[in-house]
Design a protein around this ligand. Structure first.
Ligand code: IMP
Ligand code: MG
Length: 191
């Protein structure tokens, strides 16, 4: 029963291989601030939040409840091709929006901007569809590896150092999205 006793040593939320970077409480406070600012900026506009699946789902769920305005939501799923660990900027649409965005004020909601290649390709695609405005909100900004330095993130939750982070929607090989905090994986070989 060795495997079982190892399992009893910790739960996923107290995994010793994770170092907490932002706690659930810090995240909740920050998302409320972001929502308040968005509520002021989008008053009287026709707001659509476009979540980029899957990573943004937790952030979007919290952010939309912090925005005190009428709004709708939609989702896109794209696969970005990676060349080793760096994204190449080639993007394939796996799931497109359900509704047109013509004349809408679109707020694209992302989990993290790293090189910026995926998002800038996505903004090119959305840019040809006649939206009234397209603006970017990202829960995390990891500026160090940025290639698309011209990418403007209007609403940023937190700036993070150049480490691989997980939780609050972000994954490592599909795992950890359910963590209520943002953590750094201490030993990636154990992830
Ligand atoms: P970019 O094209 O390099 O900006 O890639 C951004 C995407 O890579 C994000 O939407 C995430 O899905 C993923 N990503 C980048 N950095 C991290 C990280 O530290 N943890 C988890 N996913 C990440
Ligand atoms: Mg993503």
């Amino acid at each position: 029963m060795a495997a079982e006793s190892t399992r009893m040593d910790h739960t996923e939320f107290t995994n010793p291989n994770l170092e907490v970077l932002f706690s659930a409480e810090e995240i909740a406070d920050r998302v409320k601030e972001m929502g308040a600012r968005i509520s002021r900026d989008y008053e009287g506009k026709d707001l659509v939040l476009v979540g980029v699946l899957k990573g943004s789902c937790v952030f979007l769920a919290d952010l939309m409840r912090a925005i005190d305005l009428p709004l709708s939501i939609d989702f896109m799923s794209v696969s970005s091709y990676k060349d080793g660990t760096t994204s190449t900027g080639d993007v394939e649409i796996i799931k497109d929006l359900s509704n047109p965005i013509r004349d809408k004020d679109v707020l694209v909601v992302e989990d993290i901007i790293d090189t910026g290649l995926t998002l800038s390709r996505l903004l090119d695609i959305l840019g040809s569809r006649g939206a009234r405005s397209i603006t970017l909100a990202s829960f995390l900004d990891k500026p160090e590896p940025r290639i698309k330095t011209e990418l403007r993130i209007e609403y940023t939750g937190f700036v993070v150092p150049n480490h691989f982070v997980v939780g609050y929607g972000l994954d490592a090989a599909g795992r950890y999205r359910n963590l209520p905090f943002i953590g750094i994986v201490k030993d990636p070989s154990m992830a």
